[in-house]
Design a protein around this ligand. Structure first.
Ligand code: ARG
Length: 572
């Protein structure tokens, strides 16, 4: 149980008695004491009484003796609360013997679909897919840890008109050659070559068009060639996930094509429900509340005028599948912010059709762009989009060089392993520690620095604690008594007992920068503690208590970083 909640539980009844109605005491961390409640101020206006009188009365009614060493009135009507050392120590002790570090499993486990990564077949993954992959994987890891049933959905772009071109190009190049090219991860040049032929060659264009028809008609030969493209790409994507420590597997690929059979029924049922309208030959839904700049209702095109189904139809079919067949109640879509309106319209249309009804709900977990040092969209030197793999390789190379330099004692193999953990971790952490709604600038020096809110800083803090135990050859006794005499010990204890609260909040808003910020504060509090409070040089019970604080810090750091998908090497 976290302190904010404990204090709220004690103060809320007192406020209710005084106000004659339920009141949220609004407990928050304070500069003046450990916590403060300002609720009396807002209440004063409502009750027409002086805030200090209200606060004083609340204090008389509140049962705080076992929890606070000081609970006092201050200023215009604040309540300042200082937590008793033994109460705080008790919470730390409970944490130390809790395998889940005080984080309970969800009271109501849900089935959650996390739609993330979703690169496109025969196309390179770009930095936008990096964000989706990293944020989505953190969401899946977190919700799974909280006991939810998490279904990962990699909504691969594996269908549509580009496949006519790609398949014809495959035929021209030869299957073996093409497989070779694709397996080397040279997806972009394959795609570009196909595209160039399409632009230049009328005969090729015609073949491509016929090929799309054959594909949609289920022609066996065409399907086999299509599968070849999909499989080669999937293999490549899996290699990227492996490099990234992302938990997506082959089983999680549910490409757009997998909804093909559901598209017809989606359109028929929308029609039966009276939700379809024809607009310029296309079958559209006009979900209420969406208008264009001209004030006209915006269409969601479910079937195009040429009879083909587009992106919205697939997403409608996917929603229906996820709520009906998979019984999911929480649908997460980790996709860039430019697609926000698409998803809002799809959700609204699905709700109209009755495919997305409470308790089921969908959330767009949107994110901004990654910018280059010039503050503009990240581009490669040639001006193209930056290859994800190139980015990772550069991060690993830089981190490995730094690892060798920082710790010459590391052997070749260990330096490589540390370099990988730190390089990949730095990339992921740079992403997850920034507010996902915003763009952020990719800054190599910054993200690999050992100072500041970075992966290496947290990984270093972790490895430093592990080395305390290793060097001294001591083990922690989790049930040892906790003493919190020093301010630095108390400050660290407050951070430790705050873990559950942050986890709880992030499980709702999926704003991982709050978890990152928390881990950073924890590591910083540890660093101050370790500077001021001797651990191995302390005696008896004090040493045991401090070892528990060290161990707990390491466990929380490791668990927190694990949720973010970041490794914690034992040595750095
Ligand atoms: N493949 C799409 C892209 O690269 C993302 C798909 C997102 N998921 C979805 N259900 N539409 O932009």
């Amino acid at each position: 149980m976290d302190l904010e909640k404990l204090l709220t539980d004690r103060l809320a009844p007192a406020f209710a008695t005084v106000a004659g109605e339920p009141v949220d005491p609004v407990i928050r961390r304070s500069q003046r004491a450990d916590f403060q409640s300002d609720a009396a101020l807002a209440l004063a206006r409502r009750l027409g009484r002086p805030p200090r009188a209200i606060a004083a009365e609340v204090l008389r009614h509140a049962e705080l003796a076992d929890l606070c060493s000081v609970a006092e009135l201050s200023g215009p009507g604040f309540l300042n609360l200082t937590v008793a050392d033994d109460a705080l120590a008790g919470l730390v002790s409970a944490l130390a013997v809790s395998p889940r570090l005080g984080v309970p499993v969800a009271a109501v486990p849900e089935t959650v679909v996390v739609d993330y990564s979703a690169p496109n077949v025969a196309k390179e993954m770009h930095v936008g897919h990096l964000r989706s992959t990293v944020i989505g994987d953190a969401a899946a890891r977190l919700l799974e840890w909280l006991g939810h049933r998490v279904l990962r959905a990699n909504h691969l772009g594996d269908w549509g008109t580009p496949f006519g071109i790609l398949i014809e190009h495959l035929v021209d190049v030869g299957e073996a050659e093409a497989a070779q090219e694709l397996s080397m991860g040279d997806l972009d040049s394959f795609y570009k070559a196909a595209r160039a032929k399409f632009d230049a060659d009328e005969a090729f264009r015609e073949r491509s068009r016929r090929r799309v028809v054959a594909l949609q008609g289920g022609d066996e030969v065409t399907l086999r060639l299509w599968r070849l493209l999909v499989e080669q790409s999937e293999r490549y994507f899996l290699a990227v996930y492996d490099l990234l420590d992302v938990t997506l597997t082959k089983r999680d690929f549910h490409g757009e094509s997998s909804y093909n059979d559901l598209l017809g029924p989606v359109v028929e049922d929308l029609d039966r429900l009276g939700l379809l309208r024809e607009s310029e030959g296309a079958a559209c839904v006009f979900p209420p509340g969406f208008v264009g700049r001209d004030g006209e209702p915006l269409p969601l095109i479910v079937r195009k005028s040429d009879g083909g189904y587009g992106y919205p139809a697939t997403d409608l079919a996917a929603i229906r599948h996820r709520t009906d067949t998979l019984s999911a109640t929480r649908l997460l879509y980790v996709v860039g912010l430019p697609q926000r309106r698409h998803f809002e319209m799809v959700y609204a249309a699905a709700a109209q059709a009755g495919w997305l009804a409470p308790p089921a709900r969908a959330e767009h977990v949107g994110f901004g762009s990654i910018l280059g040092p010039d503050g503009r969209m990240l581009r490669s030197r040639a001006g193209g989009s930056v290859k994800l793999v190139g980015l990772l390789e550069e991060a690993i190379a830089r981190a490995t060089a730094l690892a060798r330099q920082r710790n010459p004692e590391l052997g070749e193999a260990e330096a490589a392993e540390v370099g990988r953990a730190v390089g990949v971790g730095a990339i992921k952490y740079a992403d997850l520690s920034s507010d996902r709604h915003r763009d952020y600038v990719l800054d190599w020096e910054g993200m690999l620095s050992l100072d500041g809110n970075t992966a290496p800083y947290l990984q270093y803090a972790y490895s430093r604690i592990r080395s305390i135990f290793r060097r001294a050859g001591v083990a922690v006794r989790p049930e040892a008594g906790i003493s919190l005499a020093e301010p630095a010990e108390r400050a660290l204890a407050f951070e430790l007992v705050g873990f559950a609260r942050v986890v709880d909040e992030v499980a709702v808003n999926l704003e991982f920068h709050h978890l990152a910020g928390y881990l950073y504060r924890l590591a910083a509090a540890f660093s101050t503690f370790y500077e001021r409070c001797p651990v191995l040089r302390a005696d008896g019970p004090l040493r045991e208590s401090r070892l528990v604080l060290c161990d707990l810090t390491a466990r929380v750091l490791r668990q927190g970083l694990h949720v973010l998908g970041i490794r914690t090497p034992e040595r750095m």
